[in-house]
Design a protein. Structure first.
Length: 283
């Protein structure tokens, strides 16, 4: 797999992941998707068959379960039509205050557990076993293992934290800085694999929620950058028979120069800047 193909996969995965987060507004994601239409072979043709269900235009059928199903379908049929539909469904659920889609507090990922959509969540075998034994130290180790599992997206790790914290008292300790647990650096430009490892060692010494949440954010940024060792591992589906194309994707302009939006987005910082930089690198 060449570098450009890897970048395309990384960009696809992170666009889907952003749909489950509250970092970006719908219009920002739409503009990123529109910019991606200029990347050759980035989107799949929209397919509808016995495997890929059609999108449902009636808002009465739009709920959290429908969103999850369509998002899973988009993983294997990454059609522009499906992605834009997911943005519409996401905004509908946000407007209606559906659990798991309400605007997140800026003070931390896992605060406000009542708004976390835990529907369908099943903890990993090791985490469930450690929680059953009820020893905080063992549960902490299990959560760090979840963090190191590249098959998991960050929203799944957040759910693991919420699930474990509901069952284990004193899971987290107060944040402090000492000779074994130094400061956190909030500048994403200075985050790399070594910084992630350093903060993990600090977490082992001071298992504070703020440190764990910080590592989730660092992990996500490194994944979006395509840093080696942080790429998401996906289980490839079994090959399906060739299906007739149900709909063709209209192509936008062929210009390869980054739009004004992308240039501004790169300067904005955070998740938007990382995604915009990935788009520009593929144009």
């Amino acid at each position: 797999m060449d570098d450009k193909t890897k970048k395309k996969q990384t960009l696809r995965q992170n666009l889907l992941e952003q749909l489950t987060r509250n970092d970006l507004e719908g219009d920002e994601i739409r503009k990123l998707v529109a910019s991606c239409s200029n990347i050759a072979d980035f989107f799949d043709d929209y397919r509808v068959n016995e495997i890929f269900a059609a999108i449902e235009p009636d808002e009465l059928d739009w709920n959290a379960g429908y969103f999850d199903r369509q998002r899973k379908l988009a993983q294997n049929n990454f059609a522009e039509m499906r992605i834009n539909h997911l943005i519409d469904v996401r905004e509908h659920l946000i407007r209606n205050g559906i659990a798991g889609f309400a605007k997140a507090s800026v003070t931390g990922h896992t605060e406000g557990t009542k708004t976390m959509n835990m529907q369908g969540y099943l903890p990993g075998t090791n985490l469930a076993k450690m929680v059953e034994q009820g020893v905080p130290g063992m549960v902490r180790s299990a959560l760090i293992n979840e963090l190191e599992n590249n098959r998991l997206e960050d929203n799944e790790i957040i759910k693991a934290v919420v699930w474990a914290q509901d069952r284990i008292t004193n899971l987290f300790v107060d944040y402090e800085e000492n000779s074994l647990a130094g400061k956190m650096n909030n500048d994403p430009a200075q985050w790399d694999a070594d910084y992630y490892d350093l903060q993990t060692s600090y977490l082992n010494s001071n298992f504070a929620k703020a440190r764990f949440e910080h590592l989730i954010e660092v992990r996500n940024v490194l994944r979006m950058r395509g840093v080696k060792g942080f790429e998401r591992i996906t289980i490839k589906p079994k090959p399906q028979p060739h299906q007739a194309r149900a709909a063709s994707r209209p192509h936008s302009g062929s210009s390869s120069s980054p739009s004004g939006f992308l240039r501004i987005a790169v300067m904005a910082g955070g998740a938007l800047a990382v995604l915009a930089a990935l788009v520009i690198s593929l144009l």
